[in-house]
Design a protein around this ligand. Structure first.
Ligand code: NCD
Ligand code: ZN
Length: 338
């Protein structure tokens, strides 16, 4: 059936980088323009968001820039985090604690290497219903033959171990990129789910090697991995939902001999997804992926406001205030109409 218009609630983008200072001022007003009404905000600022107080201040700043969006906040898992701080966070309605392995991505120099030292915190999170958001990669290690192509697969043992120890702790394996991750999340209990980005439904290694604007962490992997992500989307498995991992960097930080990792999708999030879902012949799965599955896993209420996507082509801008968006200057087949 030929579909040329879709109306759905504003989306839940359950993994987004909104930055600070100038980048934040550009990015935050674009969130609802891209079709999201609620976002889970990542804490990897400089300095990291490590306390409830910092998270609430950041939330205030985001609200002041764009009050049309709801901001769900996270803290950066780190050795200074205490049980009292976790309790404070829960009371302040902070939703999750984000774990970054050491050195694998932007601002993760003091990330995690050993998860067991956090077991007391995980127990408290399990008790209070806070979510553990995992960046699922292990650090590269030449002796163990670990590099960015198998860093996610090698992380899955940690996911499994944490889940077995804390079966009631809700865990989201963020921005999955491999068939192995899809299979592991399918296999584990209902408290384990995963986010999938729009770009990982499109890209493979060939698209980012030598193409800095498509470079992000975790890197896009093999065609067979992309096929597994596409298949799980098409299957409509509620354990897999939208987290864009939109991660803006200035053009100068991307067009550089040592490019920052991150792909910027916030301003056209739903049109990108509608394009991809149409190509995959599963537009009928778009609404649940963007608006239902994530919200239900997180226990959030339904968003009332709707948007309409229409099959009208548009050209993706070359940049937004020195930030180059995903597929810049390319043609999209869908747009959000007022
Ligand atoms: C993110 C960023 O730039 O903050 N980069 C990325 O490539 N995804 C960090 C992250 O989520 O890994
Ligand atoms: Zn991210």
């Amino acid at each position: 059936m030929f579909v040329e218009q879709i109306t759905l609630p504003l989306a839940d983008d359950l993994h987004v980088h909104l930055r600070q200072d100038h980048l934040m001022q550009t990015v935050v007003p674009l969130i609802d323009k891209g079709g999201a009404g609620r976002v889970l905000v990542m804490p990897n600022l400089k300095p990291h968001i490590k306390t409830t107080k910092q998270a609430l201040n950041y939330q205030q700043a985001l609200k002041a820039l764009n009050p049309r969006v709801e901001y769900l906040m996270t803290l950066y898992l780190n050795p200074e985090l205490t049980i009292e701080e976790i309790q404070k966070a829960a009371t302040a309605k902070i939703i999750g604690i984000k774990s970054y392995p050491r050195g694998v991505t932007t601002n993760s120099e003091d990330g995690i290497e050993n998860y067991e030292i956090y077991y007391a915190l995980f127990a408290e999170m399990e008790k209070l219903g806070l979510i553990l958001n995992l960046h699922g990669e292990v650090p590269s290690n030449a002796e163990k033959n670990i590099c960015i192509l198998n860093a996610e697969e090698n992380f899955l043992q940690h996911l499994e171990k944490i889940h077995k120890n804390f079966p009631k702790l809700k865990i989201v394996l963020e921005h999955i990129t491999t068939k192995a991750a899809v299979e592991k999340v399918e296999e584990l209990g209902l408290t384990v789910s995963a986010t999938i980005t729009p770009h990982h439904l499109d890209l493979t290694v060939d698209d980012w090697a030598g193409q800095n604007h498509n470079y992000c962490k975790p890197v896009a992997k093999y065609p067979s991995d992309r096929a597994a992500l596409r298949a799980v989307i098409k299957s409509g498995n509620p354990k897999f939902f939208l987290g864009s991992d939109s991660a803006p960097h200035l053009r100068s930080a991307k067009e550089n001999s040592c490019a920052c990792a991150g792909i910027f999708t916030t301003p056209l999030l739903l049109p990108y997804l509608a394009d991809t879902f149409e190509k995959l012949n599963c537009l009928n799965k778009l609404k649940d992926f963007c608006c239902t599955f994530g919200r239900e896993f997180y226990g959030l209420s339904a968003l009332e406001q709707t948007i309409t996507l229409k099959k009208i082509s548009q050209k993706i801008p070359a940049e937004y205030n020195h930030i180059v968006p995903y597929r810049a200057e390319d043609e999209l087949q869908w747009r959000i109409i007022d």
